[in-house]
Design a protein around this ligand. Structure first.
Ligand SMILES: C[S@@+](CC[C@H](N)C(=O)[O-])C[C@H]1O[C@@H](n2cnc3c(N)ncnc32)[C@H](O)[C@@H]1O
Length: 303
């Protein structure tokens, strides 16, 4: 098998989609802006120790720290005709998917129900296979309603009788009561259901790129491993920090990523190896990453 390729395109995704051949992609995962009516933004801060009292925050053991804002990454998440915007792209998704291809549509409680009805119209109701609930537990809690701590991922198969589902490649999770199932089963673990517990990308962890709304590799890895075969082509046309591409490379799949925000391309330039990745409409000359020691989230990362 040839080594997999990664193509990253800086462009308006509808333009790219309409230029692609029909039935040419095996798996499409997208995490569009959620129409939160906010500007999604994340600041990059550098924190250095300061002499007693000379800083602007107090950290561990009362040590004083000085913070400096290095930059901010953002994109607007305010849409006039949100469903119309999605519909044009989902129609193209259906066209370019291979006959046995799958579509994963990542949204949240605000738009998921409207999107489900829309996708039923485009794919046909029988093509709806699962709604995955990704639950996390991060950030503050509301005192006036149940705190929303989940995202929704719809899975549509172009042909509900013929799609990729690599059961043996599902990662296993621990039993809640391992004592009830015997040592062999407990050691092997169980397969997840349509409710996936997974932490968000840790604000200070290694995986963090600083891009607002970056999704965890654990979630995307599972989708790619189970719903595509090695050598297949995976596409994400709302690529952001490129999480889908990293998961595709890890699992030997080809990747096509599209985003129209220059800051997304800047992040992807740092995240991908420019010598093996093809960048289109973007000059990816390596940049010094600088001394970023802390990432601050603004606002809360619900998308
Ligand atoms: C929620 S973020 C995706 C985050 C990504 N899943 C990750 O893990 O980093 C949505 C992305 O869609 C991009 N986007 C929005 N409208 C677009 C369009 N019309 N064409 C291309 N990209 C678009 C935004 O720039 C943003 O990077």
């Amino acid at each position: 098998m040839n080594s997999p390729t990664t193509e990253i395109i800086f462009d308006e995704n509808l333009k790219v989609l309409t230029s692609m051949p029909s039935e040419s992609v095996n798996l499409i995962y997208v995490d569009p802006p959620f129409n939160t009516q906010k500007v999604q933004a994340r600041k990059r801060l550098k924190t250095t120790r300061a002499a007693d009292g000379g800083g602007d925050r107090i950290g561990f053991k009362g040590q004083s720290y000085k913070t400096e804002v290095l930059g901010e990454q953002s994109y607007s998440d305010i849409h006039e005709d949100y469903l119309g915007f999605l519909r044009e792209r989902v129609e193209q998704t259906y066209r370019i998917l291979a006959p046995n291809g799958s579509f994963f549509f990542h949204l949240d409680y605000r738009e998921i129900h409207y999107a489900k009805v829309m996708c039923d119209e485009i794919f046909g109701r029988d093509s709806f296979i699962n709604e995955i609930i990704w639950s996390y537990d991060y950030g503050g809690r509301s005192k006036s309603r149940w705190s929303a701590k989940h995202d929704n991922i719809l899975w549509y198969a172009k042909d509900p009788k013929d799609f990729t589902f690599r059961f043996d490649d599902i990662d296993r999770i621990p039993y809640m009561a391992p004592g009830l199932v015997g040592p062999e089963k407990a050691a092997r673990g169980k397969t997840p259901t349509d409710s996936w517990w997974h932490t968000i990308v840790s604000p200070n962890g290694k995986e963090k790129t600083g891009y607002p709304t970056q999704k965890p590799l654990g979630i995307i890895n599972r989708i790619i491993r189970v719903h595509s075969n090695p050598g297949d082509t995976v596409m994400d046309y709302f690529a952001g920090s490129g999480t889908t591409g990293i998961a595709a490379i890890t699992h030997g799949r080809n990747a096509i990523l599209v985003d129209n925000n220059p800051q997304s391309l800047e992040v992807m330039c740092k995240r991908f190896d420019p010598t093996t990745t093809k960048f289109l409409n973007w000059d990816c000359t390596p940049v010094e990453s600088g001394e970023v020691t802390q990432i601050e989230l603004t606002p809360e990362p619900t998308n």
